[in-house]
Design a protein around this ligand. Structure first.
Ligand code: HSE
Length: 436
């Protein structure tokens, strides 16, 4: 038998990119498009070129070689230009990004954005605008940087009944907590170390207070559950109250403290939150160290999955943006798009109704009857104690409790009543125990 091979010549399709912003991510993207151009052309038939780069200060970007002549300060001209087919927004922040993305969509251009804050606050309206124009609005880089989480949720797991997505989605706080865990450093020293090593911003508040992770959690919930919600529906707290002592107690209980973003879906209700959590050492998230991110997905059919990688940094984020550019460029050449569909108005479950086990750290007077008095307050509010440790502090004592899963409102009322007791000197950190 004789075989004959047919070589199909792919038709070359030119797609011209308008880039808004050229910081770390933008620069890495320009480098990646330039170095991968031939490979992308031979694999996809797409000839990607950078048509224009909008920046605020052109003098800072003269290192772009031949592309320096594509630099402009007129971002609005880029998004409406007939010479631009697809817009990439890596400016960050709500404005002017929102106005520029809306203008790009109005002028019929698909948009790729890495902007978590914008999508967490205005995602549903922007997705609707994109869908109405049959245009892509893709955002892989907005959550967990280089990890292809959005595509996994939007495509591979589209039909999966997802119960919970739980992740370490902020590299700065994971680095700080890893340093505290591995060296015994205080929170302040670990943060200072992270800043000098370039892992934390000089103003780290959005990271350490949990807002960055909360924005990502809101986007995860939109995509995983098809839910219409926003940042204001996310309850969040950061890591600023976590002490070296909490980390040490967690270790003794066989746990590691992580800042978790958790999006859950139960009985038509959605709960989205970010908080420090004690994770048992055997849970895969416990071993995610340094500035790495990881996201654990619990599905009814698929079971448990985990995606792991770099959640920040120019190159990993640019890699995610480039994947989106190729997907959107392909769709554009086929006059199609890949939207999120109709997002249903989410019924948001109050965190007070959620059940969690808690770690609670109390400083008390060291006298007869104190333990019994404290324990009875837990009992009064229906909070059952799973384990307890006490250590003397010289006239005072520290008692650390781990509770069984209890409604948050019951734990809060327990703490309120404990704060009234004369024998309670101080109520320290309370940290949820998750993933047992
Ligand atoms: N500042 C974030 C982090 C990266 O530390 O993970 C951007 O969202």
């Amino acid at each position: 038998m004789r075989y004959s091979a047919t070589v199909e010549i792919m038709e070359e399709k030119s797609v011209r990119v308008g880039l808004l912003g050229c910081g770390n991510v933008g620069k890495a993207l320009v480098g990646l498009i330039t170095s991968q151009r031939e490979a992308i052309l031979s694999r996809t038939g797409l000839n990607l070129t950078i048509q224009a780069i909008a920046v605020q200060n052109p003098e800072k970007h003269q290192d772009l070689g031949a592309l320096a002549e594509r630099i402009t300060t007129r971002a609005h001209d880029v998004v409406v230009s007939d010479d631009v087919d697809l817009v990439v927004e890596v400016i960050g922040g709500v404005e002017p990004s929102k106005e520029l993305i809306e203008a790009a969509l109005r002028s019929g251009k698909p948009v790729i954005t890495a902007n978590k804050e914008l999508l967490a606050k205005h995602g549903p309206e922007l997705f609707e605008q994109a869908d109405q124009g049959n245009l892509d609005l893709l955002f892989e880089a907005a959550v967990a940087g280089g990890i292809p989480l959005m595509r996994a949720l939007r495509e591979s797991l589209k039909g999966e009944p997802i119960r919970r997505v739980m992740g370490i989605v902020n590299g700065t706080t994971n680095y700080v907590l890893s340093q505290m865990t591995e060296t015994g450093m205080s929170y302040g020293d670990a943060l200072a170390e992270a800043q000098s090593a370039g892992f934390a911003e000089s103003d780290p508040s959005a990271d350490v207070e949990g807002q960055d992770a909360a924005s990502k959690a809101a986007i995860i919930a939109m995509v995983a559950f098809g839910a219409r919600l926003g940042l204001s529906d996310v309850t969040y707290e950061g890591i600023t109250q976590v002490s070296a002592e909490d980390i040490d107690f967690a270790k003794r209980f066989g746990h590691t403290i992580k800042l978790l973003a958790i999006a859950e879906h139960d009985n038509g209700e959605v709960a989205v939150r970010v908080h420090p959590a004690m994770v048992p050492d055997h849970h895969p998230l416990a071993s995610v160290r340094d500035s790495f991110n990881a996201v654990f997905v619990e599905g009814e059919a698929v079971g448990d999955l985990m995606l792991y990688g770099r959640g920040a940094g120019g190159s990993p984020t640019a890699s995610a943006v480039l994947g989106d550019i190729i997907a959107a460029a392909n769709n554009l050449t086929q006059s199609t798009n890949n939207g999120l569909g109709n997002l249903r108005q989410a019924s948001i479950q109050s965190t007070e109704g959620l059940e969690n086990a808690f770690y609670i750290n109390l400083e008390v007077t060291d006298e007869p009857g104190v333990l019994a008095a404290v324990a009875s307050v837990f009992g009064n509010h229906g909070v059952s104690i799973r384990s307890m440790e006490q250590e003397g502090l010289g006239g005072e004592a520290r008692i650390v409790f781990i509770t069984h899963a209890s409604k948050e409102r019951n734990v809060h009322s327990t703490l309120d009543e404990l704060s009234e007791l004369d024998c309670v000197i101080q109520i320290g950190t309370k940290i949820r125990v998750v993933g047992a």
